[in-house]
Design a protein around this ligand. Structure first.
Ligand SMILES: Nc1ncnc2c1ncn2[C@@H]1O[C@H](COP(=O)(O)OP(=O)(O)O)[C@@H](O)[C@H]1O
Ligand SMILES: [Mg+2]
Length: 231
């Protein structure tokens, strides 16, 4: 049974339909990349999975249980962890407080966050709004990891970051998946980075899946991906 199964999901905002009859699944421990140009519905897909966009029809199953009507806070408790595109760090809390407010019992705790990103430990008494973009992203990822999710959803985690930081984050995400065995869904504009980090990928265009396959195959024949994502 897949960890997450999305079946013919139609979703959007108010009366506006953004995703049309979308179906996909993520297995336990699997990495899925979601690619596509700006405005095709990648963030909306994440919001719909987390319960923050309006589901008009279709179903969402988590470990076989329908969660289409389950409120967002309960989905988070069930093990769906989301790192939003805006990062949403609490500006007036310290790094450590940002981590601790999110914490839920499990294998990943404060020490793991600091082991993962020693820079966060160095800055643990800094206020959230005094961090660089890269540090904010590290904090946003760790804050979600502190909830000990089974599935980690990352929305453009590399956006606006220097290449050296992107490399560091990529290495960390790869290691985390190997060591902790959780599943990831990563939305990225940097398609090649996302493919290198995932097992499988889907490419969206105007709210629909237009291409899907094994990441290694899509990397090997990148021209067909580029056709959908080139601006
Ligand atoms: N809160 C909202 N209300 C209405 N429409 C929205 C909202 N957020 C996004 N949209 C629209 O939904 C479409 C998909 O947006 P989005 O999911 O953010 O795309 P992506 O993440 O792929 O760039 C766009 O046309 C966008 O204008
Ligand atoms: Mg987006």
């Amino acid at each position: 049974m897949p960890l997450l199964e999305v079946e013919r999901l139609t979703a959007g905002y108010g009366e506006a339909v953004v995703l049309e009859e979308m179906s996909l699944s993520v297995d336990d421990g699997e990495g899925l990349a979601v690619l596509g140009r700006n405005g095709v519905g990648k963030t909306t897909l994440m919001l719909a999975i987390m319960g923050h966009a309006r589901r008009l029809s279709g179903s969402l199953r988590w470990q076989g249980t329908e969660i289409g009507g389950t409120p967002a806070y309960q989905r988070a408790r069930m093990g769906l962890g989301w790192v939003p595109q805006e990062r949403d760090i609490f500006p007036s809390l310290t790094v450590e407080e940002n981590l601790l407010v999110a914490g839920r019992p499990g294998a990943f705790g404060l020490k793991d966050a600091y082991d993962l990103f020693p820079r966060l430990k160095e800055r643990r008494r800094n206020m959230g709004d005094k961090l660089s973009g890269g540090e904010q992203q590290m904090l946003a990822i760790c804050r979600t990891l502190m909830t000990n999710p089974r599935l980690l959803l990352l929305d453009e985690p590399f956006e606006g970051l220097a290449p050296v930081i992107v490399e560091e984050l990529e290495a960390t995400l790869r290691r985390l998946r190997a060591e902790k065995g959780f599943a990831t869904v990563i939305v990225e504009q940097h398609a090649e980075d996302a493919l290198a980090l995932s097992d499988r990928a889907i490419v969206l265009d105007r709210g629909k899946i237009v291409l899907e396959g094994r990441s290694a195959d899509l990397l090997a024949d990148f021209a067909q991906v580029r056709r959908w994502i080139a601006v």
